[in-house]
Ligand binder design. Structure first.
Ligand code: NDP
Length: 395
C-alpha cells in the first residue's frame, strides 16, 4: 500500500498517472498536483473513465519550496514523481529533503536563464539525501532512463567491455502539423539548438548544432532515416559507469521540414531565451513561441506511426568482438488508445511509473542520489515487457 504524488499535469504526467492507476496493488493512492489544477482534473476524469479509480488533485507551484514542503508534510506521500519541467528539479528536491520523502524525475536540472543541462547540480545532493536516509532516482524516462537500463543490462549479460555506444532515437511518427514538438516545446528547442557533444577516448568533443548526421536503417519496417548527433544527458553518467568505454554518442531523427522551420525560427530570433522589450513588457521569445505552438498533449489523437529508440553497443565478450542492438518500438496510435497520449509521452511516462514501482517495492532502494544504470537492470527490463514497452535484443 503506498501513496504516490505526481507533480506536473502535462503529456508525461498524464501517462504516468494513467499507468499508476492501472496498478492499484502498487499505487494504492494517487495524488496529481500541478500549477494549473484544471489540467489535473481533466486527467483525473480520464483516469476515472478508463479505470474507475478516483485520484486526488491539487494546485501547486513547485518553484515555491516552502509551499511544496508544507504540501508534502500534509499529504505524506511515500514518493514524489517530478514530471514538471527541469527548472523544478532543485526546488522539488529541496522540498523532498525538508519533508524526508523519496524523489524521482525524468530530466536533469536546467537553469532557466542558461540552456545548459548537467547533472552537477543534482549530484551535489548525494550526501544530504544519504544523510537524511532518502533516495533520488534521476532520469527515469526513456532517454535518459530506459537507454541507461539497456546499457546496464548489456553490460551485465552480454559484454566484458563495452567500447562503443550509440543511442539512437527515432520518431517515425507524423502528426500532420507544419511544426510542433512532441514534448514541452521550450525544453525541446533549448535542447536541440545546443552544440552537439560526444565522448571520444576520455574527452568530450563538441560539434556545431545538428551538423553531424548519419543514415540508420531502423528495424521492423521503419527503414532508413537521417539521424543527427546531439548531446544528451545520459551520456554524462553512462561514461562513468560503462566498463572500457571509448566512444559514446547520441543521435535523433528529424525531418527536413522540422529542421527548416527550426532554422528560420533561430534566424529570426524566436528561439532566444533572454528577455526582449516589447512595448515595455519583457518577453522571452522562446516562451512566447511555446505559447503559440501546439500543446504536445494535443498531438495525441493526430499522431500516427511508431517510435524506435535503442542502444547500439560494440565491445568484447570472452575476448571476441560483439555487437548488440537493444531497442523498443512504440506505436503512437496504440499509446493513444490505451492512455490518450502519443508515444513520446508514453515512452517517458511508463518508465517513470516503473522507476517509482522499483523504489516503492524496495527492489531499487538506497539512500543517496542515483542514475538508472547504477541499479540491477533485470527487474526493470522485466517490467518494461509487462507494462507496455517490450524490447528486443539483436546480436
Ligand atoms: P509539459 O509541458 O506537457 O508538462 C509540464 C507540466 O508541468 C505542465 O502541466 C506544467 O503546468 C507543469 N509545471 C510547470 N511548472 C510548474 C511549477 N512551477 N509547479 C508545478 N507544475 C509546473 O511537459 P511534458 O509532460 O512533455 O514533459 C515533462 C517532463 O518530462 C519534462 O521535464 C521533460 O523534459 C521530461 N521528458 C523526459 C523525457 C525522457 O525520455 N527522459 C522525454 C520527454 C520529456 P502548466 O500547464 O500550468 O504550465
Amino acid at each position: 500500500m503506498s501513496k504516490i504524488l505526481i507533480i506536473g499535469a502535462g503529456g508525461v504526467g498524464s501517462v504516468t498517472t494513467h499507468k499508476c492507476a492501472q496498478l492499484p496493488e502498487t499505487f494504492s493512492q494517487i495524488v496529481l498536483a500541478s500549477r494549473t489544477k484544471s489540467k489535473c482534473d481533466a486527467i483525473a476524469q480520464s483516469v476515472r473513465d478508463r479505470t474507475g479509480r478516483t485520484i486526488e488533485t491539487a494546485a501547486l507551484d513547485a518553484d515555491n519550496v516552502e509551499m511544496t514542503t508544507a504540501f508534502l508534510e500534509k499529504i505524506k506521500p511515500d514518493i514524489v514523481v517530478n514530471l514538471a519541467l527541469p527548472y523544478q528539479d532543485l526546488p522539488i528536491m529541496d522540498a523532498c529533503l525538508d519533508a524526508g520523502i523519496d524523489y524521482l524525475d525524468t530530466a536533469n536540472y536546467e537553469p532557466p536563464d542558461q540552456a545548459k543541462f548537467e547533472y552537477k547540480w543534482q549530484w551535489a545532493y548525494r550526501e544530504s539525501f544519504k544523510d537524511k536516509g532518502i533516495m533520488a532516482l534521476l532520469g527515469s524516462g526513456f532517454d535518459p532512463g530506459v537507454t541507461n537500463v539497456f546499457c546496464a543490462w548489456a553490460q551485465k549479460h552480454h559484454f566484458d567491455e563495452i567500447h562503443e555506444l550509440d543511442i539512437i532515437d527515432c520518431n517515425a511518427g507524423d502528426h500532420g502539423q507544419s511544426f510542433a514538438t512532441n514534448f514541452n516545446p521550450e525544453i525541446n528547442i533549448r535542447e536541440i539548438t545546443q552544440p552537439g557533444r560526444f565522448w571520444d577516448h576520455g574527452e568530450w568533443v563538441e560539434t556545431d548544432p545538428l551538423s553531424w548526421s548519419m543514415k540508420y536503417d531502423f528495424p521492423e519496417g521503419i527503414g532508413p532515416r537521417q539521424c543527427y548527433l546531439m548531446y544528451h544527458e545520459e551520456l554524462e553518467s553512462l561514461v562513468l559507469h560503462l566498463r572500457g568505454l571509448k566512444r559514446a554518442r547520441f543521435w535523433m531523427t528529424f525531418s527536413q521540414q522540422y529542421l527548416t522551420h527550426l532554422r528560420v525560427l533561430e534566424n529570426v530570433g524566436m528561439t532566444r531565451i533572454d528577455p526582449v522589450d516589447y512595448n515595455g513588457t519583457p518577453v522571452v521569445p522562446l516562451k512566447f513561441l511555446k505559447a503559440v505552438l501546439p500543446e504536445p498533449a494535443s498531438l495525441g489523437p493526430l499522431t500516427k506511426g511508431r517510435t524506435c529508440i535503442g542502444c547500439l553497443l560494440k565491445g568484447l565478450k570472452d575476448g571476441k568482438p560483439k555487437t548488440l542492438y537493444v531497442y523498443n518500438i512504440c506505436s503512437h496510435e496504440e499509446a493513444y488508445e490505451e492512455v490518450g497520449s502519443q508515444a513520446i509521452s508514453y515512452t517517458t511516462g511508463v518508465p517513470a511509473m516503473i522507476g517509482a514501482m522499483m523504489m516503492l517495492e524496495k527492489r531499487w532502494h538506497r539512500p543517496g542520489v542515483w542514475n538508472m544504470e547504477q541499479f540491477d537492470p533485470d527487474p526493470f527490463m522485466d517490467a518494461l515487457n509487462r507494462y507496455g514497452l517490450p524490447w528486443k535484443a539483436v546480436e
